[in-house]
Design a protein around this ligand. Structure first.
Ligand code: PGA
Length: 264
């Protein structure tokens, strides 16, 4: 297996408050910061924008990353409610989700907007985590790979090989998000391999370096099996990332993967 550094990210979505965030972060620091010290894996949280300052203060110097859940494709100006990449830089944000299915669906984000946000993040030196995934109807119609690889290509076409190495992809089948249904490890691996193939179609020489995370009802109990797959380089975790014990277990599984890859 190629030794890509495992990456396990929590996506808090629109959850948390000052007190709960502090409890969650301090609990995870206590249980899991040691796993990060050898540098074999990366882990962090995508927090709601108002709590970026809290996350930056709490996590700086601990090894954990902090990130945003979305950003504007515009540098500044009359864009009420939006947050620019320069603002994210002010809080030393390490990564930012782009194109999460909840934003594609609720905010009608288009492939073109997602590509523009991704460019803005790359220019700001913030790791974009491009989220892609098919609906249940698309899967049942046998269109899953076509839809997912189409989203990947639409967001990434035109990037240089170097830029491709400075992002991660998260495969999140929509039917598995927040539903308790996870793609089987085999199905997830098959899609990850297809995504890697789509990346190879863009820049074959670096496709093997890009991390592809799985998301959709990842829990401590299924993370071991998922993270044992050759092309599942970690997870993007929603609901379970709000539970300290569950997230600690997921970080353990990512740590074990790092060990198997000889990264510790
Ligand atoms: P879930 O969410 O783990 O709650 O299914 C994953 C995500 O939407 O990133």
């Amino acid at each position: 297996m190629t030794a890509r550094q495992p990456l396990a990210l929590g996506n808090w979505k629109m959850n948390g408050d000052m007190v709960a965030n502090e409890q969650l972060m301090s609990g995870l620091l206590e249980s899991s910061a040691g796993l990060l010290s050898a540098g074999g894996l990366q882990a962090g949280f995508a927090v709601p924008a108002p709590y970026l300052f809290q996350a930056a203060v709490r996590l700086k110097g601990t090894g954990f990353l902090w990130g945003a859940q979305d950003c504007s494709d515009q540098p500044k100006g009359a864009f009420t409610g939006e947050v620019s990449t320069a603002m994210l830089q002010d809080f030393e944000v390490n990564f930012c989700l782009v194109g999460h299915s909840e934003r594609r669906a609720r905010h009608q984000e288009t492939d073109a907007q997602i590509a523009a946000k991704l460019q803005a993040l790359l220019s700001a030196n913030i790791l974009p985590v491009l989220c892609v995934g098919e609906s249940l109807a698309q899967r049942e119609a046998g269109q899953a790979a076509e839809v997912v690889c189409g989203q990947v290509k639409a967001a990434l076409k035109g990037l240089s090989a170097d830029q491709l190495t400075r992002l991660a992809v998260a495969y999140e089948p929509i039917w598995a998000i927040g539903t308790g249904k996870t793609a089987s490890a085999d199905d997830a691996q098959a899609m990850h391999a297809q995504i890697r193939g789509a990346l190879a179609g863009l820049h074959p020489q670096v496709a093997n370096q890009v991390r592809i995370l799985y998301g959709g009802s990842v829990k401590a109990s299924n993370s071991q099996e998922l993270f044992a797959q050759p092309d599942i380089d970690g997870g993007l975790v929603g609901g379970a990332s709000l539970d300290m014990a569950d997230m600690s277990g997921i970080l353990q599984a990512a740590h074990q993967r790092a060990g198997r890859l000889g990264l510790l």
